[in-house]
Design a binder for this molecule. Structure first.
Ligand SMILES: *Cc1c(COP(=O)(O)O)cnc(C)c1O
Length: 247
């Protein structure tokens, strides 16, 4: 595990790359939230990363988040300024853990889960990104939007999911999330991010009542391209914390 000093250096290096990419994209660096992905790492790493200046943390499994958040709060207090992002999918039987522990959810793609989360929130608010599968890779979750530009039926499916989610208590829709295809060339990645941005803009015009929508896209290997193409949230693990032993 890295020291606080090493974590500070890595944090600064990633932030500098974020700022440069934002500038290339014609946006202020403050438009981009760095979500530090701490999945598989112990609570001690989150605490050290907090001391190194990180404030947004990402976990991909509800049960891991539900264990780690209290451990971090035991050290830093419950009144800390951390935002916990749940970036991976939720199954029905884990909805209660997600609803009780996540501050932002990045992987909503089924109405059934939206209804479960809303019922379990008990007055909490869980701003949520809708996950879309733009590349069409079979291994990817998310609403199938691979041919969205020409497929009015898929656009209607997405629009209905968003309207339904938005109408449920506690689940404001705040944007779209996508995962880039594995092993793709930078050119292919860029097209996936551009098409997600275009979908976000289409939605913004269709459902103006949603207000400004964010874009959660970009990980260690592609966050700079994602920012150039409009990402507002990047989910970065390995560039900050090194390789995970398990995944
Ligand atoms: C693990 C994970 C990340 C971070 O991946 P890195 O390659 O370590 O940056 C981002 N998003 C999701 C959904 C993840 O599961």
């Amino acid at each position: 595990m890295l020291s606080v000093t090493e974590l500070s250096e890595r944090h600064e290096a990633v932030q500098a790359r974020i700022a440069a990419a934002a500038e290339r994209g014609g946006r202020p660096a403050a438009d981009v939230t760095l979500v530090a992905v701490t999945k598989t790492w112990p609570a001690e790493l989150v605490i050290a990363a907090y001391e190194a200046g990180m404030r947004h943390f990402g976990e991909n499994r509800p049960e891991e988040l539900a264990a780690k958040r209290p451990a971090v709060e035991a050290a830093l207090g419950t009144a800390n300024d951390i935002t916990w992002h749940l970036i991976g999918p939720v199954q029905s039987r884990k909805a209660d853990l997600a609803a009780a522990n996540a501050d932002v959810f990045h992987a909503l793609h089924r109405e059934k889960i939206a209804r479960r989360l809303s019922a379990d929130l008990a007055g909490r608010i869980l701003p949520s990104f809708i996950e879309v599968n733009i590349s069409g890779e079979a291994s990817k979750l998310g609403v199938d939007m691979r041919n969205w530009e020409t497929d009015a039926t898929r656009r209607e499916v997405l629009r209905t999911l968003i309207s339904t989610t938005q109408s449920l208590p506690g689940l404001p829709v705040v944007g779209l999330m996508t995962m880039a295809p594995w092993d793709a060339t930078p050119e292919t990645l860029r097209v996936v991010f551009q098409r997600t941005l275009a979908l976000r803009d289409w939605l913004g015009a269709e459902l103006p009542e949603l207000g400004p929508l964010g874009l959660s896209m970009g990980m260690t290997d592609d966050y700079e391209i994602a920012i150039e193409e409009g990402a507002t949230h990047v989910r970065v693990g390995r560039a900050l914390f090194g390789e995970r032993e398990i995944d």
